[in-house]
Ligand binder design. Structure first.
Ligand SMILES: [Zn+2]
Length: 256
């Protein structure tokens, strides 16, 4: 049905789909090298509610992927939520907030660090942060959260030899599937780093799609193996959140 508001929106700008990238949910630890990566639980809830209030539709990442290749697939603004590294704070604070709102998310797990800490950061001098256990990962998978692979050990994939590259990509998928009892289709590149060799290895391993860290919105012609995201930091709330989404939209226009 024709509506004044709908017609107005179409004139103003076409709808966007964004994939939000979060890392740590919880009280910021000021001694951390990446203190800006901590999002307070109440800020996280405020971000979800703000987008909902602005008329944005919450999707799961697989639904975003399904829209790819459909030129008219995006008829309203949509967002999907993703978490890299599977921090315990995500299980404690973010998953309940999402479930309360009938929303879901994708959690990317560093498989050989399950139940441990963020060794890839802490050996580089950052604070040690606890990660989800296998039981917690299984529990949220059963609640409908998507579980994706973020490799075995969070290496710089582009620097690995062929056998280590395959091990990180193939074995992490198999091990995760054993834990959750479901096929794992989603992959997230550690540090957002990939090249042609990494892309080929991810596709050959049987993943269906992969997320990057470069800023951008999802378009009908977005490559499903380099899906851009919008990185959310501690202060990305309210107008700042919308400003960042607008910047992601402009990134696309400039590249064209
Ligand atoms: Zn990571």
């Amino acid at each position: 049905m024709w509506s004044v508001r709908g017609a107005h929106d179409r004139v103003e700008r076409s709808p966007s789909t964004v994939v939000l990238l979060y890392h740590r949910i919880g009280m910021p630890r000021l001694s951390s090298l990446v203190a800006g990566q901590y999002v307070l639980p109440r800020f996280f809830r405020a971000q979800l509610d703000y987008l909902t209030y602005r008329g944005w539709n919450a999707l799961a990442l697989p639904q975003v992927v399904e829209l790819l290749g459909q030129p008219d697939g995006h008829d309203c603004n949509s967002f999907a939520v993703t978490f890299d590294d599977a921090y315990l704070g995500v299980y404690d604070h973010a998953c309940p907030a999402l479930a309360d709102r009938n929303m879901t998310a994708t959690v990317f797990v560093v498989v050989d660090r399950i139940g441990g800490v963020n060794e890839w950061d802490s050996t580089a001098g950052d604070v040690r942060e606890p990660l989800m256990s296998a039981g917690q990962i299984r529990e949220i998978a059963q609640l409908g959260f998507e579980i994706g692979s973020h490799t075995l050990t969070h290496p710089h994939l582009v620097a690995l030899n062929e056998s280590d590259l395959r091990r990180e990509i193939v074995d992490s998928k198999k091990k995760l599937e054993d834990i959750i009892g479901k096929e794992v289709l989603a992959f997230s590149y550690p540090y957002g780093e990939y090249d042609d060799r990494v892309l080929a290895a991810v596709a050959e391993a049987g993943y269906g799609y992969a997320v990057a860290t470069r800023l951008g919105t999802v378009q009908s012609d977005t490559d499903p193996f380099t899906i851009p995201r919008v990185n959310i930091r501690w202060n990305t709330v309210g107008r700042l959140l919308m400003r960042k989404i607008r910047r992601a939209e402009r990134t696309r226009r400039i590249r064209r």
